[in-house]
Design a binder for this molecule. Structure first.
Ligand SMILES: NC(=O)c1ccc[n+]([C@@H]2O[C@H](COP(=O)([O-])OP(=O)(O)OC[C@H]3O[C@@H](n4cnc5c(N)ncnc54)[C@H](OP(=O)(O)O)[C@@H]3O)[C@@H](O)[C@H]2O)c1
Length: 192
């Protein structure tokens, strides 16, 4: 938690734990309509999104959402007149609490959208991580979900930071797309 805000991560990955190809493009094999519906409706309840400069959720409601864009191009935290509802943030120069206060956000979770380094930055802080897996897809030489993925699986990494799988469902069984929500706290013996 940061103040009253839960911190929740969202990603869709290939079977080998990749979020994009080596050029930073999300291939069609890990794009899925059911996942997009879930993702977009979750973002509608978020107080603020946090993502790196090369990531964006897209969709018709994107301009209405408050966002913090992670970048090293500024020293700490500053608004950008060309980006309404957005704040540029360098974690080396300002805390997340300071960034949130500078932007001014309402109630609701902080939604972390990646990419790799940003997903990794929040690993000690996630209250929940919503991991969608496209089991039929593989992306050789792709961008990993977390910096540790490769030697480790995404699940290994989430577990090593104290998260446990709490709920799993096939959101598009024909396409082998499964959504698992990992939560911080005690492990449960079975998935529902
Ligand atoms: N499948 C999925 O769920 C998913 C999720 C997210 C992204 N993606 C895709 O993955 C692609 C690759 O993502 P990516 O990891 O290359 O992009 P990214 O995290 O969106 O952007 C990278 C940029 O963010 C800034 N940044 C990252 N970590 C930082 C830190 N610790 N401190 C300060 N600035 C930091 C830097 O910006 P500056 O260069 O401005 O300093 C860096 O160049 C994206 O283009 C997107 O298409 C997929």
């Amino acid at each position: 938690m940061i103040g009253s805000h839960r911190i929740e991560g969202y990603a869709i990955v290939s079977a080998d734990g990749m979020i994009a190809d080596g050029n930073g493009v999300i291939p069609a094999t890990i794009r899925n309509d059911a996942d997009q519906r879930f993702f977009q409706s979750e973002l509608d309840r978020a107080a603020v999104l946090v993502h790196g400069r090369r990531s964006h959720e897209g969709g018709p409601r994107a301009d209405k959402r408050k966002r913090i864009i992670v970048t090293r191009q500024i020293a700490s935290a500053t608004s950008d007149r060309s980006l309404p509802n957005a704040l540029l943030w360098n974690p080396a120069g300002a805390t997340l609490e300071q960034a949130i206060a500078a932007l001014g956000v309402g109630d609701g979770p902080i939604a972390v959208l990646g990419g790799t380094e940003v997903f990794g930055l929040f690993l000690p802080l996630y209250d929940a991580f919503h991991l969608t897996r496209a089991a039929k897809a593989s992306i050789p030489d792709g961008r990993p979900l977390f910096p540790q993925v490769g030697p480790q699986t995404p699940e290994d990494v989430l577990a090593s930071f104290g998260l446990h799988p709490k709920a799993s469902r096939d959101i598009d069984a024909a396409a082998c797309i499964t959504l698992t929500t990992w939560e911080r706290g005690a492990a449960v013996s079975t998935l529902r």
